[in-house]
Design a protein. Structure first.
Length: 170
């Protein structure tokens, strides 16, 4: 624990550690969701989208690392057992039972939007009260917004190709 880290954080510690651990659990689930999605994906633009999923997976894992570092610095303990991730997380794990790319994109978009709401909340809680946690959560928020945009761009590309294909078919 960093003595000063805790001292200069003016947010209720229990509340802050609780939400940081929720986010931590969600990052591991997001990591696995992207990683597994990349293994099973089928359908249009598979290779490009799989590369993007693996890139996002690596970033979600990095987010888990950033949160774990901050939780420890604040005197907390990151969730010790993977079996708790799903019960603690408020953004739910979307099981890639249907491997079609369009379905995986939909699921990942739901998860990204949930993550954006989580980091917006942490940013609001820490604004002007805990500069370091605010800096970390704003950085993660920035990357989650990029993820949302990238997923949504793939959806748009597939939708417009489908439209052209349908028009040509008439
Ligand atoms: Fe993330
Ligand atoms: Fe993300």
């Amino acid at each position: 624990m960093g003595e000063m880290a805790r001292k200069i954080s003016k947010v209720d510690h229990d509340e802050l550690l609780k939400i940081l651990n929720i986010a931590y659990a969600e990052e591991w689930l997001a990591y696995y969701q992207y990683w597994l999605g990349a293994q099973v994906a089928l359908g249009p633009h598979r290779s490009n989208i799989v590369d993007e999923f693996m890139e996002h997976a690596a970033q979600e894992l990095k987010h888990a690392q950033m949160l774990s570092d901050r939780i420890i610095e604040l005197g907390g303990v990151p969730i010790l057992s993977p079996s708790k991730w799903e019960s603690v997380a408020l953004c739910h794990y979307e099981e890639p039972a249907n491997p079609q790319i369009t379905e995986l994109l939909k699921q990942n978009l739901i998860s990204e939007r949930c993550a954006i709401a989580r980091y917006e909340k942490i940013c609001e809680m820490t604004f002007g009260k805990d500069y370091e946690t605010h800096r970390i959560s704003a950085k993660i928020l920035h990357e989650e917004l990029e993820h949302e945009q990238e997923i949504s761009d793939f959806q748009d590309d597939i939708a417009s190709e489908l439209e052209i294909w349908c028009q040509n078919d008439k």
